[in-house]
Design a protein around this ligand. Sequence first.
Ligand code: F6P
Length: 359
Amino acid sequence: MKRIGLLTSGGDCQSLNATMRGVAKSLYEAYGSDEIEIYGVLEGYKGLIYGNYEQMKPKDFSGILTEGGTIIGTSRQPFKYMRTPDENGLDKVKAMKDNYKKMKLDCLVILGGNGTHKTANLLKEEGLNVVTLPKTIDNDIWGTDITFGFQSAVNIATDAIDCIHTTAASHRRVFIVEVMGHKVGWLTLHAGIAGGADVILIPEIPYNIDSVVAAIEKRTAEGKKFSILAVAEGAISVEDAALSKKERKTKYKNSPYPSISYKIGKEIEEKTGQEIRITVPGHTQRGGGPCPFDRVISTRLGAAAAELIKKEQYGYMVGFRDGEIIPVPLEEVAGKLKMVDPNASIIKEAKSIGINFGD
Ligand code: F6P
């Protein structure tokens, strides 16, 4: 009898259920439902720390391919939190190990992003059998070309930009669409290109506001009625990029701007005199069900994770590189961020059609 745990951690995304379904169906196929028990650890690492889990049945994985969110719940626990005892003095790492043993697991399958992978690697170092799967709309996990959730989020952010086009043109306005992505620009870059944005600002290419203003004024001079900017929530100006983290914190301590887009909008308004509007699709980008691309990638990644379990090959993230599904050692993934290369050909191609990146 094999006993496998499933755990989803960090911000949710569209294709978590589809991925867990891939893992479970593949395991049930291989072992038969009498020879394998799957346990859902509830609400992320919190469930492992405090021993909240429940046995799942094959029917739990039916009908969830298209369902967004996660049927076992999730929560955010920063790596630092894992290392500090709770208010009752509980050693969280020890508690996770104890509960893993209590559940008599052969392996814990962990679906998560960057923070999740740091903790997963810690559990591996502590001797637990883990296999991980790369989840995030940000697409910033090292060791894989693509994360599940990313493409679905690109679709939603692109839809938001598409919808802005007609209203921007009718009113002769400059519109900023602020796109999620945390510290990286993958989502903004892809949605910006797909949505036909005129300016794309991403953290990896610090912007110069005068370059952005020049791009807008050029469009106005050419008789274009509107401009659309896709701005990453983590976008940063050249001036701010030159400051230390601490200096930036002090500078923006009492900032009147709820986010970077509002600061950029104000500056454009002052410099061009044009009317500005800001749209923040926010968590809608993580909501709803997975797009067909994600359903396929999730099914494949899930099945590949099951394959590692069958071979008792633990301590890997299942990644997707150059069209192939590959196991990536967890220690290579943990603690690294996959950022957009400012010299990548996608950026050059986007620039060649006239998209401004603020540089
Ligand atoms: O990592 C996914 C993500 O949606 C980021 O793009 C965003 O910065 C962050 O999570 C938002 O986190 P929360 O849901 O905790 O507000």
